[in-house]
Design a protein around this ligand. Sequence first.
Ligand SMILES: C[S@@+](CC[C@H](N)C(=O)[O-])C[C@H]1O[C@@H](n2cnc3c(N)ncnc32)[C@H](O)[C@@H]1O
Length: 425
Amino acid sequence: MENGKQYIYIVQSSLEPSKCKIGKTNDLERRLKEYNNMTGKSKENIYRYLFACEAKNMAKVENDIKMQFGALREEKSREIYFYNADLFEGYVNFIKTHAMFIKEIFIKADDKKPIVKIIKKTTPSLDERGLTRKDVMQKAQKADNDEFYTRYEDIEKELSMYDKTIWEDKVVFCNCDDAVGDSEKNTSAFALYFLRNFKELKLKKLICIHFGGGLDLFSGGAKGYVFTKDGFHELIESPKGYMGSFDSPLSLKILNEEADIVCTNPPFSRAIDYWKVTIKSGKKFLIISNIVNVVHTAYIHYFKDNKIWAGYNRIDYFLNPKRQLVEASGHWYTNIPINDRPKYKLLKIMPLKEIPDKYKKYDDNGILLVDKGYIPNDYKNSFAVSARPILNGLLEKGYKIAQYERYSPYIKGKERFVRVLVQKI
Ligand SMILES: C[S@@+](CC[C@H](N)C(=O)[O-])C[C@H]1O[C@@H](n2cnc3c(N)ncnc32)[C@H](O)[C@@H]1O
């Protein structure tokens, strides 16, 4: 025993960057030697400490780590935990704020890539998407704009608006999300959010499936993980050729038979298919999609039939594969009840004659068009609005969608932007 001191450590093998081991020892040097001897002195498989600290009661700290991060522990093994830079930060913070923590001995340098500059446009160049022309030629053209990722803060902002009890004892399915990440290949922020908050939300299970086809800059092949409070395991029943598509048989089976709530930012190129599959499943969902989808014929049905409504927040930025901010025009959509939507205050509901003239006009068909959130409350006919008032909760304020198709107005023969026809109930 080395001076009777007690240590907690996080160690990692060079061959398994998505895992780490968390344990206790009285002798840090000897324990590392043991790990490296275990590997048969293989030069490729070297264990290194990521973190080590002295603790008053190492058994208690180790036990509390197991309790706190149960879902991140491999089911079969005693000490293997899921690893990426964000989760590592969580383990270290937990240990350093534990009452039994004495002092840090070692911590590896932060390998998190900072989010860099803002790109002021929505259609980034190939270079900005980290692609070469050859990549694009070789892969399916339509997957072109799918590789944009949701920021952690956008997920946290939206999900924290709902009552925590909606997650209790539920199976959450992130069907377009990579649960594994390291500094280069970052974990989906959806997976990260649920993993970080697994215990607090009292989740029963989290299933994350990462698509392995198309224009995917992450590792090839489907990758699925199942997390419960007792640990995680890889989705091993992947049939041969399973690429993890949300509409492939195994994904549909999980969606229809196991999932309670679906939560993701699905591929833009498959937005309509994704909505159909999700709504057909009858499951609760909380997903991101483009703002304008509300005024597109393919989606109007869902709003008109009250099967879907806007979530609380819009999404103004995504991250590209180089972790640069890219302007976006996304919004949350859900079928989970919304309470006291704060955006109601953006609706300016008033008698028609009080709406300023410059924000109301009639098109060549005599249809009233209103802008800037102005809504007449004494107009009997249907009138045209943009996506925004719908997203701000107009359909919850005594108005309904008047027709199943989008509406393209013309004024003096000139086409104006697409809207949707609504009517006071
Ligand atoms: C807009 S990105 C969002 C990724 C992640 N959900 C997030 O929010 O950061 C859509 C993801 O879906 C993946 N994808 C494309 N086609 C898919 C499919 N058929 N099934 C599941 N995922 C797919 C893409 O590779 C991409 O990573």
